[in-house]
Design a protein. Sequence first.
Length: 292
Amino acid sequence: MDIFKIFKKNKDEKTNSMQIHKKVKIGLALGGGGVRGVGHIGALMAFEELGIHFDYIAGTSAGSIVGALYAFGKSPKEMKELALTLRKKDITRGMIPFIKPANTARIENILNSVFGDVKVFSELKIPFKAVCTDLKTGKEVDFDYGNVAKVVSASCAVPGVFTPVVYDDMHLVDGGLRNNVPADVVKNMGANVVFAIDVNHLRGTGTKSLSTVSVLSSVIGIIMQSKIDKTMEVADLIFEPALENFSPLKFDDIEEIIQIGYETVMANKDKIAKMLGLNPKRIGKYFTKNEN
């Protein structure tokens, strides 16, 4: 596995040589949010521009899709190109929220077409976990085993929008019901610095509408928010792209959402540097990649 080292100037020498300061294991938690989840792609573009790579990744729902693709080896640019080809009908054709849910098989098929021969988690290039909820037990299930495409599609199975995924005697739905931004998961994987991206941070604000769809979706959002506060306590830095004006079900503004994700990370460049003990002006130059 790659090891990333942070260097600092040796104050005892007049040269510009660098000495090892410390080793860090950086974890990235990617939250759910429907189409807003493409904001994670822009965030990854910014992290790569800053020279930051991740040792562990965990994702929920849309975050599990982006996380799995990145762990597989897809670049943010490649993910953007894929996202721009998608349309709502490719995923939710015939779906009527809470009345006629869609099947996640379409998501699974899209992922399988990308992954090709890579089927299981152990074949991914970066350790990755996808967060699901088992309806039979009501418990969170953090997958780092099994069929990647199947598990990731299950992580996206928002109740009322998608039907549950039956897998290994479990009835799996959106992991956001238990852990929508899994900062604690990457912490437990071994990260000592945790970055979390929440693309739907206003989920718990409720609704003024009394329509069935609005009421039920708001109830789900409130449930999700009640769980997030605790799991996010371990995050060292939380990024919250301003995506509240974008629908989680519309594919019309993908480029703009990606750009906002990028700008959110770049706007926090100084905080990232401070968190890692780096000079903000040199942050992209501190990381070296050693192949083992």
